[in-house]
Design a protein around this ligand. Structure first.
Ligand SMILES: NC(=O)c1ccc[n+]([C@@H]2O[C@H](COP(=O)([O-])OP(=O)(O)OC[C@H]3O[C@@H](n4cnc5c(N)ncnc54)[C@H](O)[C@@H]3O)[C@@H](O)[C@H]2O)c1
Ligand SMILES: O=P(O)(O)OC[C@@H](O)[C@@H](O)[C@H](O)[C@H](O)CO
Length: 478
């Protein structure tokens, strides 16, 4: 499906003439919009948009994508009529593919278009990829009703359910669902594609909480008309670099500022119903199962957990990318130790776990993927509780003060205390102070914030965490 379309454009690669993407020359018309997506980041374009492109019925399923916040991506993608290049980077080289499944791209604040799409009975799926922080959850998992933007959204929709101006993802979903209910447009599926356990129930909860706050009868309508699908998503997709854009120019003669680099591996496991229909995503390799839980636990603990360990421990040693960090024998040993701790609590056959671990090592070592540790380090407040804490707790329940599991917590504490990648966190005000003061104080405060109650092992856990933070510091200065 590699194509070479274009209208004249600037040249990003040393004098070589290049063209810009356009549908006229690409030859593929935009499919009718039947899917709405919120959050047009790189991952969505490497994953759900790619599966939709590859569905056997792709010509019937166009996506209207909305940015998460800023309008820049909508402007850039609209200028090329939704087309963009996916650059699949494997160890053997890079293969570009022009993706055409985005039929329209809108800025986040184009609420009229969002409401219009959701009021259309032909639209039957809403997907989201807005990062863990985008769902505006409180630490209890429900909607953060104290957050200022959430308070504003509730007031706006109470005051004007038809035109109220909202900014959060739950607010935008509820605004769209109000329009759908008013139009009698029928049932719809909401499909979150972020790395959050039980993400279907997670988004159901914030939507119901916000719906109830706006209009209790809407919560009932949501219960009857909206299916929340749970997913496990996997495809390592870094930020775009100038090299990616130049590679596309070199291979296809296209200047595509919206190029998205990704790896060859991809996985999408879904559970839930689609009452209004969906694309034939299985044709592209998606799997529909009764229970996503075991897949999700395997991926979140083994992949994302080790990613976070690499991000905090690896960056504190001066490594910049996943490939750099995993090449450091000591860091690799820490990853193996983390995997040993996590693997003990996975409900999957041992040989499957072993194969998954060795496949992960190969993916991390992929020399043509430049995945920055600083990107993975962002929003630890949302990630450590789901990536590290369950394994620490399982180990404690098995009577073990697990060095392999606690190192991830220790590495995050070192990060909060200034080591390695800078702290970028939606809850920085809350978590940066956790790392302040003496190391003992920081460890106690952080374990309490993470609700790690080690009971009789409390002092042993504190000692281990302190030793591990010091160990990282010692390696740093050696
Ligand atoms: N990149 C990967 O390798 C990968 C793989 C699997 C899953 N994911 C999931 O995808 C998410 C996005 O990753 P990405 O690589 O596309 O990142 P990205 O930075 O390219 O895109 C993030 C998107 O989320 C939106 N967003 C961010 N904060 C938001 C907020 N508070 N409210 C609303 N929208 C918000 C942004 O506007 C953007 O559209 C991750 O957080 C993760 O849960 C990523
Ligand atoms: O995307 P985040 O920020 O949730 O986490 C960073 C990485 O661990 C993650 O993006 C992985 O690359 C991805 O989950 C692989 O499928």
């Amino acid at each position: 499906m590699t194509t070479s379309p274009y209208a004249a454009g600037p040249d990003p690669s040393a004098g070589q003439p290049t063209r810009r993407l356009s549908r006229q020359t690409d030859g593929r018309p935009a499919a009718p919009v039947r899917i709405v997506h919120l959050g047009v980041g790189n991952f969505f374009r490497a994953h759900a948009a790619w599966y939709t492109e590859r569905a056997s019925d792709a010509a019937e399923w166009g996506i209207a994508a909305f940015t998460g916040r800023s309008p820049a991506t909508a402007r850039a993608l609209s200028a090329q009529e939704g087309l963009y290049t996916l650059l699949v980077r494997g160890p053997e080289g890079a293969a570009p593919e022009v993706i055409s499944s985005l039929s329209a791209v809108h800025p986040a604040d184009d609420l009229d278009s969002l409401r219009r799409y959701l009021a259309d009975p032909r639209v039957s799926v809403v997907t989201t990829t807005v990062t863990e922080a985008g769902y505006r959850r409180s630490s209890s998992g429900g909607l953060d009703t104290a957050a200022e933007d959430v308070v504003r959204d509730v007031a706006a929709l109470r005051g004007d359910p038809v035109d109220g101006v909202v900014t959060t993802t739950p607010g935008r979903l509820v605004a769209g669902l109000l329009a759908r209910r008013a139009a009698g447009a029928g049932p719809i599926a909401v499909v979150p594609n972020d790395n959050v356990p039980d993400n279907g129930e997670m988004v159901a909860r914030v939507v119901r909480d916000l719906a109830r706050a706006v209009d209790p009868s809407l919560e009932t309508w949501v219960g009857e008309h909206v299916s929340f699908v749970t997913t496990m998503v996997d495809r390592i997709t870094p930020r775009t670099t100038a090299d990616d854009r130049a590679e596309v120019a070199r291979q296809l003669g296209i200047d595509d500022p919206e190029t998205v680099p990704t790896e060859p591996f991809s996985e999408w496991v879904l559970s839930g119903s689609f009452p209004g229909g969906r694309p034939d995503w299985e044709a592209a390799g998606a799997r529909f199962v009764d229970d996503v839980g075991p897949f999700e636990q395997r991926k979140l603990w083994l992949l994302n957990g080790s990613h976070s360990l690499l991000a905090y421990a690896g960056s504190s040693l001066g490594h910049e990318t996943v490939a750099d960090a995993i090449a450091d024998p000591e860091v690799r040993a820490w990853v193996e130790e983390w995997w040993d701790a996590a693997s003990a609590h996975l409900s999957l056959p041992a040989d499957e776990v072993r194969d998954y671990r060795s496949a992960l090592l190969a993916r991390y070592r992929n020399p043509s993927i430049r995945h920055l540790l600083a990107q993975i380090a962002a929003d630890g407040s949302q990630k450590i509780p789901i990536r590290a804490v369950p394994v620490v707790r399982e180990e404690l329940e098995a009577g073990r003060v697990s060095r392999g599991a606690l190192r991830l917590v220790a590495a995050w504490i070192a990060h909060l205390r200034g080591a390695g990648a800078p702290v970028t966190d939606a809850h920085a005000d809350e978590v940066v102070p956790l790392g302040e003061g003496t190391l003992d104080e920081a460890a106690r405060r952080t374990l309490e914030w993470l609700a790690i109650d080690a009971g009789p092992h409390t002092e042993a856990v504190l000692e281990e965490v302190t030793r591990l933070v010091e160990g990282l510091g010692a390696r740093r200065s050696s």
